[in-house]
Design a binder for this molecule. Structure first.
Ligand code: PRP
Length: 210
């Protein structure tokens, strides 16, 4: 019987584009497009089983081997540093990490800077490298509210189109990391299923080069 590779896909708009890439790469699973709430979809003929996972959880499934491979944002990989192989930049879900603040914000380096973010480790490393004292306020979403309400001086967050910043009258102070979706693999699955995972990686790479 053909070995089935378990693939964790990030649920949501990016995930649908990622699935389309797998389909074009030769690993279709038509049932995934049916309008229902199912989370697991298998096509034994091409040897793949897909499941929809919350985007920030993909790396956990892959690191623990519940998925052999998956697609996670570089932001998540930098923040949580899961012990996985990063096999390919899928060239989608492109955005960047930025520091932003209210228009006209001036940093007083004699004071501790208060930073609101979902990405506490990324923010800590960024400011540690600058030797800047920071107080990190770890939030789970709507980060842009923090400087508006005086909860923080600045935010460290992902910017894609810039619309959220603009509509909340915030400005980019500093851009510092480019982010995109990455194909990741569980380390031992990669050893045991190298041929099949390489076949998937090569198929996806061919599509991203187009
Ligand atoms: C992300 C990010 C920004 C926004 C950036 O939030 O945290 O708020 O998208 O996108 P833009 O530059 O295209 O406006 P998300 O939509 O994930 O929601 P959240 O605030 O609940 O985290």
């Amino acid at each position: 019987m053909k070995k089935i590779i378990n693939v964790a896909l990030p649920k949501g708009r990016l995930g649908e584009k990622v699935y389309d890439l797998f389909e074009r790469a030769g690993f279709p699973c038509p049932s995934i497009k049916e309008p229902n709430r199912k989370l697991v979809f298998e096509n034994a003929e091409v040897g793949v089983r897909y499941f929809w996972v919350k985007p920030s959880d993909v790396a956990i499934y892959v690191e623990r081997g519940a998925a052999d491979i998956g697609v996670a944002g570089k932001d998540i990989l930098l923040e949580y540093t899961p012990d996985v192989y990063e096999l390919l930049d899928l060239q989608m879900g492109k955005c960047w990490m930025a520091v932003a603040a209210k228009a006209g914000f001036q940093d007083d380096r004699n004071r501790t800077l208060t930073v609101a973010t979902k990405f506490a480790n990324i923010a800590k490393q960024h400011y540690f490298a600058q030797g800047r004292d920071v107080d990190i306020v770890h939030l789970n979403g709507s980060i842009e509210l923090a400087p508006i309400l005086g909860l923080s001086d600045v935010i460290v967050d992902i910017v894609e189109t810039g619309a959220t910043l603009k509509e909340n009258k915030l400005e980019v102070v500093e851009k510092f990391v480019d982010i995109s979706a990455r194909l990741i693999a569980n380390k031992s699955s990669f050893q045991f299923n190298r041929e099949k995972i390489e076949e998937i990686r090569a198929g996806l790479a061919k599509q991203t080069e187009k």
